[in-house]
Design a protein around this ligand. Structure first.
Ligand code: IPM
Ligand code: MN
Length: 361
């Protein structure tokens, strides 16, 4: 029987609570689909940082490399200055494990309230492939004349051709396998590049040239579209049905996926994968640690469950992943009253039970 070693990092706030529910559903899937997982808990997060001053040490990165995957709850603590844990844990793992893809589906499930007028699951159904190692996230930059009236701050957006090409390759392959045509939902599999070629004339010029070069040569059957990022925001609200697979840089990807998340029902349900296709990937609900709801049993665990579902899909457990997605859809369509914390009509663990029961049946 196939056994996967999974590192579980519940993290801060409601992170541990939602991770427990994801594991519960995963265990139900194991029993039914004939695979096993061996779980190891890691307590990195705000509490440990406050106790020891440690965020995510290099030794933990080496340790993580021995796992098949990582399941993350949330990082962010109200008593710790913003940036320390985010950079020290989340971004450190993404960079050190070279998780160069951040895969974020924007998929509205049946029964989930959508803030967009006249849009439903057929319209809100696309995926953002966010590059995850470059852009303004590399830390390139600094201050001069700090704390003087003439202080200058520079934070450079950085990309090299290698980073852009490997991200595009993943995105084209993704569009080929999971695009709307591949899923019987459209005329052509389409990859849309989201950029800002009218202002960021270096970075997105590089992206655009690489995009068309690779597309023309290696993926002639995939339709290529280009959108400026500001217009993308507009269309994500007005006509999300236009989109199939979108690919973009790290910062634009960060911003547009929060907009995407709210159109799919909010942070209670939006999940993402930090993927190194040749290495160890890390899956997380994309909402934060929601400190004010900690320990009350009211937070929505579906985003964590969907993150675990993406993890199983990436590990190749397609049948289990499909079953879990169907179970989530069943629960959103037939059981839950809403997606927001405290408004679900069920507690956190009851939602986990509902999905786990569906998976088992
Ligand atoms: C996300 C988050 C992170 C990011 C933060 C917490 C560093 O917003 O995963 O989208 O900017 O990538
Ligand atoms: Mn974000």
């Amino acid at each position: 029987m196939k056994t996967y070693k999974i590192a579980v990092m519940g993290g801060d706030g409601t992170g541990p609570e939602v991770t427990v529910e994801a594991v519960k559903v995963m265990k139900a899937a194991e029993a039914r689909f004939g695979f096993k997982t061996e779980l190891t808990d890691f307590d990195f997060g705000g509490e440990r940082y406050k106790r020891t001053g440690e965020t995510l040490p290099d030794s933990a990165i080496e340790e993580f490399k021995k796992f098949d995957s990582i399941l993350l709850g949330a990082i962010g603590h109200p008593d710790v200055k913003p940036g320390i844990l985010e950079k020290g844990i989340l971004l450190k793992a993404r960079f050190a494990l070279d998780q160069y893809i951040n895969l974020r589906p924007v998929r509205l499930y049946p029964g989930v309230p959508c803030p967009l007028k006249d849009k439903g699951p057929d319209e809100v159904d696309y995926v953002v492939v966010r590059e995850n190692t470059g852009d303004a996230y590399t830390g390139a930059g600094g201050f001069t004349l700090k704390d003087t009236p003439n202080e200058v701050a520079v934070q450079s957006a950085v990309y090299n051709r290698f980073q852009v090409d490997r991200c595009l390759k993943y995105a084209f392959e993704y569009a080929k396998k999971h695009g709307k045509k591949a899923r019987g939902k459209g005329k052509e599999n389409t990859l849309g590049l989201v950029g800002k070629t009218n202002v960021l004339t270096y970075i997105y010029d590089l992206w655009e040239r690489a995009f068309h070069e690779m597309g023309k040569k290696e993926y002639p059957d995939i339709r290529r579209d280009y959108y400026h990022v500001d217009a993308t925001c507009m269309w994500m609200v007005k006509s999300p049905e236009w989109f199939d697979v979108l690919v973009t840089g790290n910062l634009f990807g960060d911003i547009i996926t929060d907009l995407g998340a709210i159109t799919q029902g909010g942070m209670g349900i939006a999940a993402g994968g930090n993927i190194n296709p040749q290495g160890v990937s890390m899956f997380e609900p994309i909402g934060g640690s929601a400190p004010k709801y900690t320990g009350q049993g009211v937070i929505n665990p579906l985003a964590a469950i969907c993150a675990m579902q993406m993890m199983l899909e990436t590990l190749g457990e397609d049948k289990a992943a499909k079953k879990i997605e169907d179970a989530v859809k069943f629960v959103t369509a037939n059981k839950m009253k809403g997606m927001a914390a405290g408004k679900m009509g069920y507690s956190t663990s009851e939602v986990g039970d509902l999905v786990a029961t569906e998976v088992a049946n």
